[in-house]
Design a protein around this ligand. Sequence first.
Ligand code: 5GP
Length: 215
Amino acid sequence: MSNQPEQNAWRPQKPRGQLIVYSGPSGVGKGTLLRPLVAEHRDIVMSVSATTRAPRPEERDGVDYHFVTREQFERFIADGEMLEYAEYNGNYYGTPRRFVSEQLDLGRNVVLEIEVKGAMQVKKACPSAVLVFVMPPSYNELRERLINRHTESEEQIKKRLEVAVEEIRQFHEYDFVVINDNLEDARDRLLCAIRAGRLVTRFHENLIEEVLELC
Ligand code: 5GP
């Protein structure tokens, strides 16, 4: 029998990935900021949400969202398959639990692009999640962006702006704020926030307490 130490036994296990909650008012440009980062950095992946909202012309099922009926969505909820969910402007939106936990186990950083009510559920259920909020540079700019993307009716834009104000009021629940004033700069800041997630004080409490106990 070999008395060689077990190979690699000394190596620390690959750390679990970081869960990143990513919110901001509708029209602020969350997807435009995030998509190139996901394409460029293989350790960052986006969760694909389920929704009962109708697909927009350019959206693909299974890529942008899993588009489902209200009955299907309610079954997912009943079966405990949703990590979080919320109703937003009359439609359900939610994060399927399985993909997120599989990816975290593989050491990938998983971004949930979700509205504030769902974000607060994740904050409670997963205290190790990092929360990032994207802000428009001004209210007028947000309104212009929603109007110019031509995906919603005037009535829907009005509702989205009302929800936006309510969401912005809760910015203090988030660890980081990224102002989307200039795409390139905002993207750099978003990547910094994702990377800095591992440094947030509350994730190091156990280690620091252990060190202090030995002092
Ligand atoms: P939209 O209809 O513009 O695609 O999304 C409307 C809002 O729902 C956005 O703020 C978006 O971030 C949020 N949203 C998308 N997916 C989810 C989800 O899985 N859960 C929750 N709570 N919100 C989501």
